[in-house]
Design a binder for this molecule. Structure first.
Ligand code: XCC
Length: 638
């Protein structure tokens, strides 16, 4: 593992480009992290309350100073409210993304958006059947309209007794019954988010357990938003299938017009890819002999990587470094996880930073307003801006990174089950279930979540994954965790051969060869962006249904070694609520309250079967996850 102390990353490209940043005196995220030290202890413990203007109030963690805020809220109430509001914000982010897709699909159903089609009719039909939308003898347009309309019901249903359609159709019945009995099933995504904000405002819900249970309903609303965003995106843009591509900053090419898509929403990045294909000659005429090169960053990158094999430039923490190559001609951003510093970095280069969503603008960026009805026109304008910028490059400042890895990606639930079906067409899950039961696969781990400056970038992912693979655990990944594995060459058959335990390697080889990949499946299966965490749940639900058990009984764990965003707080929480032992490598901002900390790490286990494991040391975290897997196996009698 190579590491760069100034940028605290194990990504070789980060080490290279951080040097370029230092030489050019351009601050990066790591410099700003250093400037923030020491970080606020009250905030780190979660005991600072800024909910009203009598405050801010803070609780003295040592018990000598104030133990209550001015209104009387104690540490437990304050921590619980702060945490629940993070879950609400996470749910808002994912479900707003989902709403955008659903609204677009409604219009696709009515042929109102020429830039979009239903590319995967089989997926849409399967989704329609799952939701109870009639399909027999109907054209695809009306089915799309009805599926989208029913989806939007999850944002407007006012009947508290009717849980959101997408959550009830995405989990095992036993799990739904459990969540219903605990009164945490959301009936309406928007209302759930609004209720969390209302009940945590001044003078409302002050019972910490009740506040956290309210937040949990928000986390399950987040899951609901994710399921629908993933499934509708697959219907519109195609369900990922295995594809070989490349990852890391070396995918930025000297002789191409390089355009990075950064953010989350495929509605924009898909059309940029489509339009760029038609503008290659224009780029070549401007002097870019290799034409236009689209590359991805964060989850926009994961989306187009899985569906089209577009190379992934990098994940969250090193997004600024893409500009430092001096060869990025445009970075096009939409929503979420886009650093506000990008404008300042882009101003030091020829790079055009383009914001596209009217509710997400940034200083230093050019705003090109994106609306689906004019998607192609907008995409063309952006690609033209990139071609113009290409002609303004300063050749002396170009620093193409040598870091690039092969990555075999595209493992949607359908792709995984499709590969297994090559072994047993009549019962595709049987090979997977048999190998879990006989112990060739000890369990399954889902790696999710972000990068965080509090850890070495990508380091925890790498250490934990290698140890789990060696111990024959099947590995899945999404979001910036998946980005880490792709960059580090761990999404390859070569990594399987190098690091997987013998029995896991044998299974991955048998399935990979049967699926026509000419070798083992990669050591870590890339399932997509953060919203695509629902894909891993779909596989787990299929296994649970096959075995007639609930999710918390399966040898299934999750890990987010660098959890950072509010969305990660929501994802981690629903993972716990679905019954998974869920590791986070970042100490959450809750430890100021023993009540909330105990609820998350122990009480949740009694209620949901899942619980949080907080362990910043990756090696120790791997051991704890292996222990959790073996405990589940024993309980199943395996
Ligand atoms: Fe953002 Fe999805 Fe986290 Fe990456 S993983 S830092 S949320 S981009 Ni979702």
């Amino acid at each position: 593992m190579s590491s760069c102390t100034s940028c605290n990353s194990c990504d070789p490209a980060a080490a290279e480009l951080c040097t370029a940043a230092a030489e050019a005196d351009i601050p990066t995220v790591w410099d700003r992290y250093a400037a923030q030290q020491p970080q606020c202890g009250f905030g780190s413990l979660g005991v600072c309350c800024r909910i009203c203007w009598k405050g801010p109030c803070r609780i003295d963690p040592f018990g000598k100073g104030p133990q209550r805020g001015i209104c009387g809220a104690d540490r437990d109430t304050i921590v619980a409210r702060n945490l629940s509001r993070m879950m609400a914000a996470g749910a808002a982010g994912h479900s707003e993304h989902g709403r955008h897709i659903a609204l677009a699909m409604q219009r696709v159903g009515h042929n109102e958006l020429p830039a979009y089609q239903i590319r995967d009719e089989a997926k849409l039909t399967a989704v329609a059947k799952r939701l109870g939308v009639p399909t027999e003898g109907r054209a695809i347009g009306p089915i799309a309209y009805d599926v989208a309309t029913l989806t939007l019901e999850d944002y407007r249903n006012q009947d508290h007794h009717h849980a959101c359609n997408w959550i009830t159709s995405s989990l095992p019945k036993k799990r739904i019954d459990k969540l219903r009995a605990l009164d945490v099933l959301p009936h309406n995504i928007d209302a759930t988010v609004a209720q969390i904000m209302a009940r945590t405002s001044v003078g409302c819900d002050a019972d910490p357990t009740n506040v956290v249970l309210g937040g949990i309903k928000g986390a399950l609303a987040d899951f609901t938003g994710m399921c629908l965003a993933t499934e509708l995106s697959d219907a519109m843009f195609g369900t990922p299938q295995p594809v070989v591509t490349t990852a890391n900053l070396g995918v930025i090419r000297k002789d191409s017009v390089n355009i990075a898509v950064n953010g989350h929403n495929p509605l924009l990045s898909e059309v940029i890819c489509d339009v760029a294909r038609t503008m290659q000659d224009k780029a070549k005429a401007a002097g870019a002999k290799d034409g236009i090169n689209i590359v991805g960053i964060c989850c926009s990158g994961n989306e187009v990587m899985l569906r089209h094999g577009v190379p992934l430039a990098t994940n969250y923490l090193s997004q600024e470094l893409a500009i430092l190559t001096g060869a990025l001609d445009a970075m096009v951003v939409d929503v979420q996880c886009i650093m506000p510093s990008l404008g300042e970095v882009a101003e030091c280069f020829h790079t055009r930073l383009v914001t596209t969503m009217d509710e997400n603008k940034m200083p230093g960026a050019t705003h090109v307003s994106f609306h689906e009805e004019h998607a192609e026109e907008t995409a063309r304008t952006i690609v033209e801006m990139a071609i113009d910028a290409f002609t303004l490059r300063d050749p002396k400042r170009i620093r193409i990174s040598s870091a690039v890895s092969k990555a075999v990606v595209g493992f949607s639930a359908e792709a995984v089950i499709g590969a297994l079906a090559k072994i047993d067409p009549d019962d595709p899950l049987k090979p997977l279930v048999d190998n879990i039961v006989n112990g060739n696969i000890r369990g399954i781990a889902l790696f999710a979540g972000c990068n965080n400056t509090q850890s070495m970038q990508d380091g925890g992912f790498q250490t934990i994954a290698k140890k789990l693979a060696k111990n024959n655990v099947l590995l899945l990944a999404t979001g910036c965790g998946a980005g880490a594995f792709a960059k580090l060459g761990l999404m390859t058959p070569e990594a399987t051969n190098a690091y997987a335990g013998d029995t896991l390697k044998a299974v991955l080889t048998a399935v990979g060869e049967a699926a026509g990949l000419g070798g083992p499946l990669p050591m870590v299966l890339h399932m997509g962006s953060c919203v695509d965490n629902s894909r891993a749940v779909a596989v787990a639900t299929a296994i649970a249904d096959r075995l007639g058990v609930d999710l918390h009984e399966l040898p299934l764990v999750a890990s987010a070694p660098e959890a950072m965003s509010e969305k990660a707080v929501a994802i981690g929480t629903w993972s716990v609520c679905l019954g998974l032992p869920t590791h986070i490598g970042t100490v959450p901002q809750v430890t100021g309250s023993a009540v909330v900390t105990d609820l998350l790490t122990r009480g949740a286990g009694d209620l949901f079967g899942g619980y949080f494991i907080v362990e910043p040391n990756p090696d120790a975290a791997a051991d704890t996850l292996l222990g959790a897997i073996e405990e589940r196996r024993r309980a199943l009698g395996l």
